[in-house]
Unconditional design. Structure first.
Length: 353
């Protein structure tokens, strides 16, 4: 896909709408100032609002399993499995921005979709779990969960309930809770297994931590006191957001495993925002605790209410030299007992047959 110049966009708007050059330029400047973007980006937004085509060709069709970090301008279709809350972050100029995430899937795998600022206003409220979306011209980045992460920017488009041949391939949301994952007992898990699903009870909380992360790749950023800036290895100087990690133990009566949960899933299971967790950790550190001790104390004393909670966790199993097996979770869900009964019924029928 070739992105055309601002002059070409203006010319297409003028020819299709009959608007004067002065009027078009005025609207572009208004959009640029309102959204804090370049005039070229503003011209693209204006063209989209007016229904003026700005793409030379649509990117090739691709499935989620084929996504690789570093890809640009991809075209993918998926159904929304989960919708995460909108969060605020601080931009480089000190103003407040917003970011939100979706978890989507197709018949080949899962991916996260990240919406920024004006894209949230355009798409977020219209999208619900079960909605099919077509995402055009997004960039693929790596995420902490190991899932591909699609970033929707001003050049991207999100089409809700699109007419696309890939839609027919996507299973309904009711069938996909364990899609591409194999249910196993914890006692049967081995290091290196991928796409496993376990059902168990949270039996122990090890720690909860919050750290300063790049708002684009979610990796940890470092503070440079010489320049008083936060630096991401991949994206350079950034204004960090708070990201979270929760380590807990899961038991299913056949075995016990340590689970690591990341980001929005931590917010959802604990019911606490990353900024609040960070502030409480700082308060504990100020009493003389190390950050490791603070993370353990906060988990045990503030979030003990999740102990005994029965959940379903999905992810990959790795073997740590010191800690043994760890399940690095990509998602979790509440246990739906009617579906669990149906699962057991199907398994019994298979045995009988």
């Amino acid at each position: 896909m070739t992105v055309i110049t601002k002059e070409e966009i203006v010319d297409r708007i003028r020819k299709k709408t009959g608007m004067s050059l002065k009027e078009i330029e005025h609207k572009i400047k208004e959009i640029a100032q309102t959204n804090e973007i370049s005039e070229h980006a503003a011209a693209l937004l204006l063209a989209e609002q007016l229904g003026v085509e700005t793409e030379e060709e649509e990117p090739a069709l691709i499935h989620i399993a084929d996504l690789v970090p570093g890809m640009r301008n991809i075209n993918v279709v998926g159904r929304v499995l989960r919708k995460y809350p909108v969060r605020e972050y601080t931009k480089k100029d000190g103003s407040t921005g917003r970011v939100a995430a979706l978890l989507i899937y197709d018949n080949t795998g899962r991916a996260r979709v990240v919406l920024w600022d004006s894209e949230i206003a355009k798409y977020y409220n219209e999208i619900q779990p079960g909605t099919v979306v077509k995402i055009i011209n997004a960039d693929v980045r790596e995420s902490l969960r190991g899932l591909p992460e699609l970033h929707v920017n001003f050049r991207s488009r999100v089409i809700i309930n699109p007419e696309d041949p890939r839609v027919k391939e996507i299973p309904p949301i009711e069938e996909v809770r364990s899609y591409n994952y194999t249910r196993k007992n914890i006692g049967d898990l081995m290091g290196g297994e991928k796409f496993v699903e376990v059902r168990g009870t949270i039996a122990k909380l090890y720690r909860v931590i919050a750290y300063d992360a790049c708002p684009q790749c979610r990796k940890k950023v470092d503070y440079d006191p010489a320049t008083e800036t936060w630096v991401c290895i991949e994206h350079g100087e950034v204004k960090p957001i708070k990201a979270t990690i929760l380590d807990f133990g899961l038991d299913d009566s056949t075995g016990y495993i340590r689970v690591t949960l990341f980001g929005d899933d931590v917010v959802e299971i604990l019911g606490a925002e990353p900024e609040d967790i960070s502030e409480k950790l700082k308060e504990l550190v100020n009493t003389g605790l190390t950050m490791r001790e603070a993370g353990r104390k906060l988990a045990e004393e503030e979030f003990y209410h999740v102990l005994g909670k029965e959940i379903i966790v999905r992810g990959n199993v790795v073997e740590d030299r010191f800690l043994g097996l760890i399940l690095k979770a990509s998602s979790w869900d509440e246990v739906e007992y009617e579906k669990e009964i149906e699962r057991v019924r199907r398994e019994l029928l298979k045995e009988v047959e």
